[in-house]
Unconditional design. Structure first.
Length: 433
């Protein structure tokens, strides 16, 4: 049977299984093993099925995934998210639209120790939404701001999705984390600028909050020292070459635990809940990764990446014309797939195309993750939107999507800027040497 026919049939079966709500990791594993068996032998396919889970679960570089997830869980239980929001609100809340700006700033700060957009959105929905409602923010504006702010968790390091991209493409994860800093800060600044624009366009939806005296502002800053310390310790350690990203993840989780215990915010019970919750989240990610590895073997024997590269290069659209097609495809995929699924499913196929055109793999990783961000807040899947809906059940999905649309527009602007000026992303990376 022609390999191209098997490849096309494999993708049809894969999307069919996903439509039937089969988990993406299981679906990729089934198609990968079944397709590999068709093109080789059943024994070879079963050998892959036996060895791949063990290799993936014991991969040293993947150890950072559960550690960063645990770090975020411990930080949440230690009350760091509430302290961040209080400090941001103390400095920004008295301005028109100040609570929305404080929410964005708090999301950015929490993203620096969390690494997960969904966790950032869920945490801030519990912390910020009641306060924004109390001061008269519309449900659309309040929920849209939180959903958009949550997307910062996927880009500002440490980012679990950036780490997965690095592992799949065999790129330096530390350099990817450093490359995510400037785009993450740019996203934060553009969101704040957008809120100021909306203040003029829709002043009634962005009221003024309470004014905090200077003494209260300075006191509020005392609560954010732990987050600043952890970020400098983890990212500074990677940037300075003190430890690897995997070691940094372990040190960050241990540091968060010690700070939580020292501040008497973590009990034995809450620590065990963090461990169990992190284990469940990590297990679900590893199932997706194992399925992606099995599917990757199927792609290799069908030569799908090579064939796609030849086809796209043959279109003679040039580097940026081809890149535009790839990014538009990612935006469309974001409407039906979550971030992790998009990365593990598409990067092994797309990366050879990008390499053939000579794009910097570190820069492309940031661009891909940023494009995947859009999928977190675009219909119909929009994971961050569904998370906020689960926290505030009385806020409908259309209301949240309506509130997040301006942020989607500003994200597209940011994407264009970073594609046009790669130096913004790579400046800090080049300084690492």
């Amino acid at each position: 049977m022609e390999r191209e026919v098997v490849a096309v049939g494999g993708f049809i079966v894969l999307f069919g299984l996903m439509a039937l709500r089969v988990p993406i990791g299981i679906a990729m594993g089934l198609v990968g093993v079944g397709g590999f068996a068709m093109l080789s032998t059943p024994d070879a396919a079963l050998s892959l099925l036996a060895l791949t889970p063990i290799r993936t679960a014991t991969d040293y570089s993947l150890g950072l995934v559960p550690m960063f997830i645990l770090m975020g869980a411990l930080a949440t239980r230690s009350g760091m998210s509430e302290e961040l929001f209080r400090a941001s609100n103390a400095w920004l809340g008295h301005r028109k639209g100040g609570l929305a700006m404080a929410t964005i700033a708090a999301c950015g700060g929490f993203a620096a120790i969390c690494g997960s957009s969904v966790a950032t959105a869920a945490t801030m929905a519990n912390v910020a939404l009641p306060e924004m409602r109390r001061f008269g923010y519309s449900d659309a504006m309040a929920s849209g701001t939180i959903a958009a702010g949550g997307t910062l968790g996927i880009l500002i390091p440490p980012s679990v999705v950036l780490a997965i991209y690095g592992i799949i493409t065999e790129q330096d994860i530390g350099r990817l984390f450093i490359a995510g800093i400037a785009p993450g800060l740019l996203a934060l600044c553009l969101y704040l600028l957008l809120i100021q624009i909306l203040v003029f366009v829709k002043p009634d939806s962005l009221p003024v909050g309470e004014r905090t005296e200077w003494r209260g502002r300075m006191q509020a800053l005392r609560g954010v020292w732990a987050i600043l310390l952890l970020f400098v310790f983890v990212i500074g350690g990677i940037y300075g070459g003190m430890f690897t990203p995997t070691e940094a993840a372990g040190m960050g989780a241990a540091g968060t635990f010690l700070i939580g215990v020292a501040r008497r915010r973590l009990t034995w019970r809450s620590t065990m809940e963090c461990l169990v919750g992190s284990l469940r989240t990590s297990a679900s990610i590893f199932v997706v990764l194992i399925g992606a590895m099995l599917f990757g073997y199927f792609l290799a024997v069908t030569q799908t990446p090579q064939n796609l590269t030849q086809w796209l290069v043959g279109l003679n659209l040039g580097p940026y014309g081809t890149l535009s097609i790839i990014l538009v495809a990612y935006i469309l995929l974001g409407c039906i797939l979550d971030a992790m699924a998009m990365i593990v499913l598409t990067v092994p196929i797309i990366f050879p195309v990008v390499s053939a055109y000579g794009f910097d793999p570190i820069w492309f990783g940031v661009i891909v993750v940023m494009t995947v961000e859009l999928g977190l807040i675009t219909p119909p899947i929009g994971m961050n939107v569904f998370v906020i809906n689960s926290v505030a059940k009385d806020v409908s999905l259309p209301t949240i999507f309506r509130g997040v649309l301006p942020f989607v527009a500003i994200d597209v602007v940011r994407l264009v800027v970073l594609v046009a000026f790669p130096a913004i992303t790579l400046f800090l990376v080049h300084r690492m040497g």
